[in-house]
Design a protein around this ligand. Structure first.
Ligand code: ATP
Ligand code: MG
Ligand code: MG
Ligand code: MG
Length: 449
């Protein structure tokens, strides 16, 4: 008596769900569902990803630069967060979560309270104390480290990161999630015993970024960058080449030199590294930014560790940003067609959509078969558990539902049509990544997926 019941083996947070989501029940409000793309008010819809994400009911506008992230977008964001967690924890990163309300006091000590100007959202509490809504967290994390008590050199390198909302009063919030005033960023802060060790850590974070982008299938350019008002000596941006990108990049096609124009002398056209080629200019969307900070913040906030001789030494820092919500929009921007979202496979909100025939058509007795198929996919293939939806809007034509499916960009759409009525039922499988359509029986479909 008195003992709590022992949890049963199935009582785990990874318990798989057998529930099949129905398209009719998905919450995907759109303020531009069937609006032709020409009729958008110019200035309102500034890019393809914003239009597609609003059309498909992924995001819904609120205030300038602020969006509701609707359920399908949240699924996709959560997948991206899991990938980032894997890569950051794979190099020893530990995840934490810092307050968004940051005291003005901290920001005055680093002298950024004034430097940040109008970009900082500032507010006062009921006692009149001043705060800002965190646009980045160098001050907070360094203060945390120094107030926790002195570290030993044995505890370094220390890699701390968070994935949280950041707030910046951007002068021109636009293009949907590409430039928000409230957005998700992954920010990692690293602490090392020496400059050399800090460069080693810097390299390992850059490699983790490269792995992340390659898993997403995004062709990223790593360019030399300006450290801006974050500060520090060495800095790189991870840029996704795109016409609508706001950054201008110079790339050498002979050696591996590439840089943001902000870092160059005006008018320079020859490669400063190999001096054999003329630099080519392209535009990019900044999806990540890495900085070697040195002791800029650790000095101010007195973040020290004890070295092997038990003497206090100021830590060497780095900081590493990824624009999480921007990556989502940027991927859609560069991969999608005008009327159909193409996702990096790993980020699609759902992997498969099963389409039963229209009600009242001569095939409508195949509805049960469609439902059974949706269930069995999730049961047979653990990877697809919770990833298969059934478009049960059987009052609507298959054509109209197919159009919606393309718009949301399920990697696979399975239509239960004419050939499903044959003795060995075959299904029409549309593979969005390749644009291919195939007719497969159940085994063929399982093999494909
Ligand atoms: P930008 O030059 O686009 O204004 P930034 O250089 O000011 O970006 P950082 O301070 O380097 O941004 O922040 C790290 C990352 O956060 C950026 O590389 C970017 O991917 C993302 N980011 C910055 N500002 C925004 C924003 N307004 N909306 C969405 N993502 C953003
Ligand atoms: Mg900025
Ligand atoms: Mg920038
Ligand atoms: Mg930057």
């Amino acid at each position: 008596a008195g003992h709590p019941p022992r949890p049963t083996p199935t009582d785990s947070i990874t318990r798989p769900s057998t529930h099949i989501p129905l398209v009719s029940r998905l919450f995907q409000p759109s303020n531009l569902r069937d609006v032709a793309k020409e009729s958008h008010t110019p200035g309102e819809m500034t890019c393809k990803s914003q239009r597609l994400m609003q059309q498909a009911g992924l995001i819904y506008p609120s205030n300038p630069g602020c969006y509701y992230y609707l359920p399908a977008a949240v699924r996709s964001m959560e997948k991206l967060v899991r990938l980032i967690d894997q890569e950051m924890q794979g190099i020893g990163g530990q995840k934490l979560d810092m307050p968004s309300l940051c005291s003005a006091d901290l920001w005055r000590r680093s002298e950024r309270w004034d430097l940040m100007g109008k970009e900082l959202f500032r507010l006062r509490d009921r006692h009149g104390a001043e705060y800002c809504l965190g646009p980045t967290h160098e001050e907070a994390v360094t203060e945390l480290l120094s107030s926790h008590g002195i570290l030993s050199y044995r505890q370094l390198p220390l890699l701390l990161y968070q994935i949280t909302r950041k707030f910046r009063d951007e002068p021109k919030p636009r293009s949907g999630l590409l430039r928000g005033r409230e957005f998700y960023m992954k920010d990692m802060y690293t602490f090392d015993v020496s400059e050399e060790a800090a460069y080693h850590t810097y390299e390992s974070v850059c490699q983790a970024y490269a792995r992340l982008f390659s898993r997403l299938g995004l062709p990223i350019l790593k360019v030399q960058a300006d450290a801006g008002n974050i500060g520090g000596k060495v800095s790189h941006e991870f840029q996704l080449p795109a016409d609508i990108g706001e950054d201008r990049l110079l790339v050498c096609d002979t050696c591996s030199f590439s840089a943001n124009v902000e870092t160059m002398e005006p008018g320079q056209t020859d490669c400063p590294r190999c001096q054999r080629s003329t630099l080519m200019e392209t535009k990019g969307i900044e999806v990540g930014h890495t900085f070697y900070l040195g002791t800029k913040y650790s000095h101010v906030f007195n973040a020290t560790f004890n070295n092997s001789l038990n003497q206090p030494v100021v830590t060497e820092m780095g900081c590493f940003g990824l624009g999480v919500s921007r990556i989502l929009a940027a991927a859609i921007e560069v991969m999608s067609k005008e009327e159909a979202i193409h996702w990096p496979g790993l980020l699609a909100p759902y992997q498969v959509c099963v389409l039963p025939p229209k009600k009242g058509s001569k095939l409508d007795d195949l509805a049960g078969l469609a439902e059974e198929l949706a269930h069995s996919l999730g049961e047979a293939l653990p990877r697809l558990r919770g990833e298969v939806v059934l478009d049960d809007r059987i009052q609507t034509t298959v054509g109209k539902r197919l159009k919606d499916a393309c718009r949301l960009g399920y990697p696979y759409v399975v239509v239960v049509g004419q050939k499903a009525a044959e003795e060995t039922p075959r299904f029409e499988v549309i593979c969005q990544q390749t644009g291919e359509t195939m007719f497969l029986n159940k085994d063929g479909l399982f093999d494909l997926l």
